[in-house]
Ligand binder design. Structure first.
Ligand code: SF4
Ligand code: SF4
Ligand code: SF4
Length: 398
């Protein structure tokens, strides 16, 4: 399993291509519950005959320990749902612990401090996952540190890869967000209108600090170099398990790869007119999901329910469609799409019958930008001009 680390360093010195090209097969049920032991451990097992068994056990244990991948997981600006999704890989998670030594998992799972991570030598960690986007100065610092300490960094989930739900905040100024969150929202009880500040002197002598809110969100790849990307809000357990299998097998794809099936939700949706034989027609009436009762078998987009299945990665197996709900794009863009929201508008627009239907779309979805960029505003191109000066550390995305 260590071979993939050395392979990474031999093959991945170039720029992050973010190529979105890999098609790892989803693990089947058999794979999900088994994995192949690394060859070097087999070698140790066959050499035990002439030795004292206790000594061999000790040696083997030492070998196993030294061969384990040092693994880290860190939550930046997210909800930790991605980490919850890890639990969905069930027994595979337990199997994996035979091969991973968890050296950092904060702030959710392990009793570690940020200073523990800061104290590790550079490249001490073999494999690190980070979920959540960069939203404050603490996120900026810790993601930078994690990158420095890790040989391989995986951006995990919609927030880390394309911005996630909270990135819709970038459609407002910081003042607007604070005003609503701390003064205007119906659950707020703040008669003095106090707003958070990053520094506060308590009792005239204690200087208390909290991380400062940044001007806008960043994906992980905008701040640091990222080796692999896994989409989804949260990622689907099949692709988490597939990633674990790849890591343990030492067969990681090229740097910059999205670890995904590479298929759109439409490709795996049983309502697809290409499968059902339904005739595709221009859509003459737009509905919100709360309106009417959609046919449970036919394509929702053809029925006028706006569905982002054509441009969304279908690693979930079209989960929402099985519940008679349209896809909202949480899987992230399929390969080749650089701006998810723009593609939604052009694709959906081209299915609508006429100008009147387009007007109807805008009436039914007055917050159209938030609708089409629900998970991906940060990675879109629409706000790049305003951000170029305010975020000097941002990296150019391909
Ligand atoms: S991608 Fe979704 S589940 Fe993961 S941290 Fe962001 S909001 Fe939470
Ligand atoms: S548009 Fe939606 S309902 Fe229609 S085939 Fe695609 S995913 Fe299924
Ligand atoms: S159907 Fe779309 S919104 Fe629903 S889980 Fe799949 S990718 Fe996410």
């Amino acid at each position: 399993m260590m071979s993939f680390i050395s392979k990474m360093f031999n093959e991945t010195d170039g720029e992050n291509t973010n190529s979105n090209i890999s098609n790892p097969s989803p693990v089947d049920e058999t794979e999900r519950h088994t994995h192949t032991a690394p060859q070097h451990l087999e070698d140790v097992a066959t050499s035990i005959e002439d030795k004292d068994i206790a000594q061999v056990k000790a040696e083997k244990k030492q070998t196993e320990k030294s061969e384990k991948l040092k693994f880290a997981f860190m939550l930046a600006g997210g909800c930790a749902g991605c980490e919850m999704a890890l639990i969905d890989i069930s027994e595979k998670l337990v199997d994996t612990l035979d091969h991973l030594e968890i050296v950092f998992w904060a702030p959710t799972a392990a009793d570690v401090k940020y200073k523990d991570l800061e104290a590790y030598p550079d490249n001490f960690i073999d494999l690190a996952f980070v979920d959540g986007m960069v939203r404050n100065t603490e996120n900026e610092h810790m993601v930078t540190v994690l990158r420095q300490k890790s040989k391989v960094l995986v951006a995990f989930g919609a927030c880390a890869t394309v911005g996630g739900v909270a990135a819709m905040g970038d459609l407002h100024t910081k003042d607007e967000l604070f005003d609503y969150a701390y003064k205007q929202s119906w659950s707020t009880d703040n008669p003095d209108g106090v707003l958070p500040t990053s520094e506060y002197i308590l009792d005239g002598k204690y200087n208390l600090t909290i991380p400062a809110f940044t001007d806008r969100c960043m994906t992980i790849a905008e701040l640091v170099d990222v080796d692999f990307f896994i989409g989804g809000c949260p990622p689907h357990h099949d692709f988490i398990a597939a990633t674990v299998n790849l890591v343990l097998s030492g067969e990681m794809p090229a740097k910059g790869t999205w670890l995904t099936s590479g298929k759109a939700v439409c490709d795996v949706c049983t309502r697809n007119p290409a499968i059902t034989g339904e005739m595709r027609r221009p859509v003459g009436q737009v509905f919100r999901t709360v309106e009417g009762q959609p046919d449970p078998v036919k394509c929702l987009l053809q029925q006028g329910y706006i569905c982002f299945g054509p441009m969304t990665q279908g690693d979930c197996g079209a989960a929402c469609l099985k519940a008679n709900m349209p896809c909202r794009g949480c899987g992230g863009p399929i390969p080749g799409i650089k701006d998810f929201g723009a593609r939604c508008l052009t694709t959906i627009g081209s299915t609508l019958k006429d100008e009147r239907t387009c007007d109807q779309l805008m009436e039914k979805y007055p917050q159209l930008a938030k609708f089409v960029y629900r998970y991906s505003y940060t990675s879109g191109m629409i706000d790049k001009r305003k951000s170029a000066e305010s975020v000097p550390s941002r990296r150019n995305l391909p």
